[in-house]
Design a protein around this ligand. Structure first.
Ligand code: GDP
Ligand code: GDP
Length: 448
């Protein structure tokens, strides 16, 4: 039984691009002119094991906001009616517009399950739009890029529960699917540190190489296996598969090519040569991982060549915290891909790091923290007026992302933000995870 999915959204947000991406064929016409997708396109497709019947909608003309609802085409309404699940696509670069809000209201009225997709999220400008989307009250948006094929695994995971249980979408189910979400793992690092050797070790016993027939989201998956009941997907974005066959000594892993791997992953293994760890390129890649908000485990490889291991580990930890304060406390595992030493600690460390990355802190606890942090170390005064931090709440996990409300926040020094981020890490036991703090120049929205 296929799952009927309507792709809805304002013109130009990328519905047709997503449709084509999922359908794997150029069925819908994609054009830069708003409203170009005139007719309703339908395609059945196998989205990595999910049988989908996709309906692309004609959208609606965007005019003056007060007439928008009236202009929503009959096709869009019919598509929503026919669908079992609606993918509500918005342009994360553009943020939430009046048109999005009207569509959201229409979708909510339909009572259909809605999966909110923040498209064009490969753009740096998308983060603010993703955050704005919480105001729609449709839950956490999935960051995707229809054009670049990013976030498709998350989308797959969000759709899967409906395919399995078409009539039932209770809270318990979605919590369960969250727990069973596969963990996407990537291996990155400079050339010659032992990435391929490590991969071969990891896959040694639990090899389940996936072929090209495995489907869209599995394109870049090199292997999948289970660890302590958790599905692990290892991505081949660092070109390891090619490497494993043809050993190319000239391969240069630039920070750029690491980017694709990092974006694909939940958790990134940054492999270093223990005797030459935390050099310039290691730092650049670690910083990239932190900026992308991924969970990070440092692998100090070639541990067999380290004479005084205790001393070495102490040095590595010191370097990590001094050179990479943004991931202070992140796990470092000393391993040898050659002898297999220390490898038994690697996957437990990955699982734990990902758990921390998933942390959710209740709002009352956050606000107690905020008050104490300000008492201990008040924010500076600007032009005689003290900066006030009034309220904090967690917008999302993966990575933990907080919204801070207050006045004169533009003048808040970076050092104070670092103080808060470090405080959050230690108060709520989140070592090593990237933390995001978004500032909102407004009062506590829940004060009244
Ligand atoms: P529709 O009107 O909602 O069906 O939107 P289209 O699929 O026709 O896309 C509108 C424009 O957005 C086209 O120029 C696409 O190439 C572009 N687009 C679609 N998805 C993405 C994306 O993920 N990132 C970026 N940067 N552009 C995208
Ligand atoms: P990659 O370029 O990062 O994929 O690195 P490779 O896996 O190709 O390894 C580079 C070299 O380091 C090879 O000669 C490996 O045999 C060697 N190597 C990899 N892991 C270890 C290790 O744990 N200990 C030692 N002594 N050598 C290793």
């Amino acid at each position: 039984m296929s799952l009927t999915v309507a792709i809805v959204g304002r013109p130009n947000v990328g519905k047709s691009t997503l449709f084509n991406r999922l359908a794997g064929k150029q069925l819908a016409i994609v054009d830069d002119t708003p409203g170009v997708t005139r007719d309703r396109a339908v395609a059945t497709t196998d989205f990595a094991g999910l049988e989908l019947k996709l309906i692309d909608t004609a959208g609606f003309d965007e005019g003056a906001p007060e007439t928008l609802a009236a202009r929503m085409t009959a096709q869009t309404k019919a598509a929503i009616k026919d669908a079992q699940v609606c993918l509500f696509v918005f342009d994360a670069r553009a943020g939430i517009t009046a048109g999005d809000e009207i569509l959201a209201a229409e979708l909510r009225k339909s009572g259909k399950p809605i999966i909110l997709c923040a498209n064009k999220s490969e753009s740096r400008a998308a983060a603010a739009g993703e955050l704005e989307a919480y105001a729609l009250g449709l839950g956490e948006p999935i960051a995707i890029s229809a054009e670049h094929g990013l976030g498709l695994s998350e989308l797959h995971d969000a759709l899967a529960p409906y395919a399995e249980r078409p009539q039932d979408s209770s809270q318990a189910d979605s919590e369960q699917s969250e727990a069973q979400r596969p963990l996407r793992l990537a291996i990155v690092g400079r050339p010659n540190v032992g990435k391929s050797s490590l991969m071969n070790r990891l896959l040694g016993e639990e090899r389940a190489l996936t072929g090209p027939e495995a489907g869209i989201t599995r394109d870049a998956v090199l292997a999948e296996w289970r660890f302590e009941g958790r599905e692990i997907l290892l991505h081949d974005t660092a070109g390891l598969r090619k490497k494993a066959r043809v050993v190319d000594r000239l391969e240069q892993l630039s920070v750029d090519s690491a980017l694709a791997a990092v974006r694909f992953a939940d958790c990134v293994l940054l492999v270093m040569d223990a005797n030459m760890a935390f050099e310039k390129q290691d730092l650049a890649i670690a910083d990239l991982i932190a900026r992308e908000g991924r969970a990070l485990v440092f692998v100090a490889n070639k541990w067999d060549q380290v004479a005084d291991r205790q001393k070495m580990m102490k040095e590595l930890r010191e370097k990590r915290d001094r050179l990479l304060p943004q991931v202070a406390g992140a796990a470092i595992e000393g391993v040898s891909a050659l002898t297999g030493e220390g490898l038994e600690r690697l996957m437990p460390s990955v699982i734990e790091t990902e758990r921390i990355w998933n942390t959710r802190v209740p709002t009352p606890a956050l606000n107690r923290f905020l008050e104490e942090a300000q008492n201990r170390h008040p924010p500076p005064a600007v032009k005689g007026r003290r900066i006030r931090l009034r309220y904090m709440t967690q917008a999302k996990a993966r990575p933990p992302t907080f919204v801070l409300f207050g006045n004169q926040l533009k003048s808040l020094p970076d050092s104070y933000l670092r103080y808060l981020a470090n405080g959050l890490r230690s108060a709520f036991d989140m070592p090593g995870t990237p933390i995001r703090l978004n500032l909102r120049a407004s009062k506590n929205p829940f004060a009244e």
